[in-house]
Design a protein around this ligand. Structure first.
Ligand code: HEC
Ligand code: HEC
Ligand code: HEC
Ligand code: HEC
Ligand code: HEC
Length: 438
């Protein structure tokens, strides 16, 4: 009797351990853990493109010279080499493969193929080596092929997706402008809570649709330009083309990219629609005139700082105040949005202040788009231990190497004459190239 009980117990234990091991080790398909999520998987390995070779941006650049040069200066091209991205990616709490799906989105850019998740756990991907890994393409971030190259399901050959038609390319092409234009939504319009502290929160597409605007993301972020699609030696006609600098908030990923921001289409979303000093009050109106989505719209840590400085007759600062427009999140113990003062498209933000008794002769107003706070980059430098060379050294010098913010509006208001003088954007961007920190 005792012996039988003992055997029964043993069998039970063996089965439970086996069951536990099976459940714990079983490989669950990614689709099952993230149903319907395009970003959960990279674009499949792309075979060499007929007439081109490997589908790297560098190869596309052999003929599409100008588009390639513009794209090279974009945040897309820097989506992997971004110092802040590398710092966050290296944290033990980052599910790296998920981050890479949006920042290097083509399978050829990845050393390994993920075949599934152990027990459905996104921290335990099952990886096998990728025979089609292309290390040069990896460095290209959101590369041309992200939007433009796919595999034909029948022929298994790569082809290019174009938006114009009537062209004569040396590579296979299918025209589907709608698909090209909608591609932005896959990465820029996602709200997903992975766990208490990892939240993806970009609603740019939803914000745009709510305005019923007829514009697309590309209307503003890929301004039109008349030119040949390719280098002049190929003798192709002049057509309506689109700049590929994908300029956004005017804070580029490196200081040497500042001179290209305006050339490639930068415009602040907000304008200073009113600055009035009257009857003891100062009234400042900021309008979201140029963006058909909220300002700010992207990373939740972005914000605008508005500052007002009162100057005396000698030009000395005798009064100073500031406020911010943006989202406020509390990240621990649970990620949560606690405040949101962003300006929806077409709306006005009013900043009202009491005039001081001080002898202010003029007021200097400034609006600064902040991408990264000093405290955050200080913290990144301190925790650079997770990183390896060359990013370790770069993160340690992040203040020197990484633009944190850009001054995009400046206006001087004279109290007596009630007149206003705005600093030209070009001058501000020369100064931005020299400014450091937030
Ligand atoms: C050997 C030169 C060459 C290379 C390399 C090349 N292209 Fe092209 N591409 C062309 C030419 C030529 C055209 C047609 C231009 C015209 O007729 O105005 C074209 C047209 C296009 C179009 C526009 C089609 C349309 O009608 O909208 C797209 C998009 C495009 N190429 C993307 C790419 C991408 C992405 C790569 C790299 C994977 C690439 N090309 C590599 C020569 C090249
Ligand atoms: C595969 C994902 C993906 C797709 C598709 C995509 N983007 Fe992006 N985009 C990114 C990532 C990632 C970044 C930020 C990289 C970084 O900051 O390191 C970015 C940055 C940007 C920025 C720069 C913001 C700034 O202030 O620097 C703009 C503008 C932008 N994207 C517009 C677009 C548009 C327009 C489209 C569609 C034509 C598009 N994106 C499609 C992933 C994507
Ligand atoms: C009517 C023009 C317009 C349209 C349409 C538009 N944008 Fe923008 N976008 C802007 C302007 C202007 C800015 C700069 C805002 C600022 O910093 O003042 C901007 C900024 C951005 C940024 C930088 C991040 C930030 O918080 O400022 C991203 C990313 C972006 N847009 C993505 C998109 C995507 C994706 C779409 C389509 C769903 C889109 N935009 C549609 C004009 C537009
Ligand atoms: C984030 C998505 C995205 C990336 C990355 C991207 N493009 Fe495009 N591209 C577009 C869209 C969208 C259009 C179509 C715009 C339209 O027709 O309104 C376009 C248009 C084109 C065209 C047609 C001519 C024109 O200017 O409209 C060519 C050629 C082209 N892209 C080549 C490239 C090359 C080469 C690269 C890489 C160096 C690249 N693209 C990177 C989204 C992208
Ligand atoms: C669904 C696609 C997607 C995924 C997944 C994703 N990102 Fe991004 N990431 C973006 C887009 C789009 C932007 C551009 C937003 C902007 O410019 O404000 C961006 C921008 C960034 C930036 C730059 C922020 C700035 O203000 O310059 C960092 C850093 C970053 N991502 C880190 C990560 C990390 C770490 C992960 C993984 C935990 C990750 N991302 C996963 C789409 C994604």
């Amino acid at each position: 009797m005792k012996r039988n009980l003992f055997i029964l117990l043993l069998v039970l234990i063996v089965f439970s351990i086996g069951g536990f091991l099976y459940l714990n080790q079983r490989e669950v398909p990614i689709e099952q853990v993230f149903p319907g999520k395009i970003w959960a998987k990279p674009i499949e390995n792309l075979p060499d493109l007929k007439g081109v070779g490997a589908t790297t941006a560098k190869n596309c650049g052999n003929c599409h010279t100008e588009i390639y040069e513009e794209w090279q200066r974009s945040t897309h091209a820097n989506a992997l080499t971004d110092i802040q991205f590398q710092s966050e990616l290296a944290k033990p709490s980052s599910p790296k493969w998920i981050c890479l799906n949006c920042h290097i989105p083509v399978q050829n850019q990845r050393e390994t193929i993920i075949t599934g998740l152990r027990n459905g756990d996104y921290f335990r991907p099952v990886e096998i080596p990728n025979p089609n890994f292309n290390p040069d393409m990896k460095e290209e971030g959101v590369t041309c092929a992200t939007c433009h190259v796919r595999v034909d399901s029948q022929t298994k050959e790569s082809y290019v997706i174009g938006g114009t038609g009537g062209t004569s390319p040396p590579h296979p092409i299918k025209i589907d402008r709608k698909q090209l234009l909608n591609r932005c939504y896959d990465c820029h319009n996602e709200t997903y809570t992975l766990n208490e502290s990892l939240v993806c929160s970009f609603q740019t597409g939803t914000e745009l649709q709510a305005t019923h605007s007829s514009q697309t993301c590309s209307s503003c972020h890929q301004p039109e330009v008349r030119r040949s699609f390719v280098k002049t030696s190929l003798n192709k006609p002049i057509r309506t083309s689109h700049k590929h600098g994908f300029i956004g908030g005017g804070v580029p990923k490196r200081f040497d990219l500042y001179p290209d921001q305006i050339r490639l289409g930068y415009k602040p979303g907000i304008v200073l629609s009113r600055l009035k000093v009257e009857n003891e009050t100062i009234e400042i109106e900021i309008k979201n005139k140029n963006a058909d989505h909220h300002v700010t719209t992207g990373d939740p840590e972005r914000f605008y700082r508005l500052s007002l400085v009162g100057l005396d007759f000698k030009g000395n600062s005798i009064f100073q105040t500031e406020t911010t427009i943006g989202q406020e999140w509390s990240w621990s113990p649970q990620a949560k949005k606690v405040n949101d003062t962003r300006i929806p498209s077409g709306k006005v933000y009013v900043w009202k202040l009491k005039q001081t008794d001080l002898p202010v002769v003029s007021y200097l107003f400034q609006a600064t788009h902040v991408r990264l706070k000093n405290v955050t980059s200080d913290y990144m430098s301190l925790s650079s231990g997770y990183l390896t060379s060359p990013y370790k050294e770069k993160v340690e010098k992040i203040k020197e190497l990484y633009p944190h913010s850009s001054l995009v509006i400046e206006s001087l208001y004279h109290v007596n004459t009630k007149s206003r003088k705005d600093t030209p954007l070009e001058d501000l961007f020369k100064r931005n190239a020299e400014r450091k920190g937030e």
